[in-house]
Design a protein around this ligand. Sequence first.
Ligand SMILES: [Zn+2]
Length: 263
Amino acid sequence: MRIFLVLFFILKFQYLSAVEFLGKFEQGAFILGKTNPSSKVKIDNRNIRVSKDGYFAFGLDRDRKNNVLIIIKTDVETKKIEKKVLKREYKIQRIDGLPSKQVTPPPEVYERIKKDNVLIGKARSIDTAYDFFKDKFIYPIDKYIITGVYGSQRILNGKPRRPHYGIDFHAPEGTPVKAMMDGEVTLSESDMYFTGGTIIFDHGHGISTLYMHMKDINVEVGQKVKKGQIVGTLGQSGRATGPHLDIRLNWFDIKLDPASILN
Ligand SMILES: [Zn+2]
């Protein structure tokens, strides 16, 4: 009897001890988790996928304030983990006295903007069993100057604009742009109002990357890409003030800091 009890506790311990996280629990972060493949995982009461090897992924909003609740359920027990989310300081820039044309898009383009947003939203909501996100992402271009970071915000004529959710890589127009990770193309549009030439890649479990302001795009929806593959060239299409590549990282509708997969 006693030996069975001991065995039971050893087995139980092995099941429960196997939860690991890669990533810092701070605002905007991408978090990679690993647990027993037979576990069920909930993040903030939302069921999320666990890969065949036990990997799962999620992210934290730019302005996230409350703790994250992670529930790992196995056949033997339910484990609740609560993690504090570290606050970050973002760059805030105030510019006053701008002509109003620069601040608000003209009404005739509202329909177009709405259509673009629906397409982008659809691509970001895709939930596949791919588990490419578990590997190391690479930079999309080789030589660049970073001119914009995640989280920064401008206040124009006293009106707070949407925060900047990407990283801007400044480089000459026509610079080849690479896929940061294996994935499948879920959006490929040559002329969106704000974002110009736009690509979205699905890396599995709701993790996607988005490229904007592309000059040329040489991949199409449904196409599989490999990490490092050239997918197009850098441009200044859409509402861009100069040639640059703006990359985004998403966990479904939550916009994450791309720096959290690159560093
Ligand atoms: Zn940008």
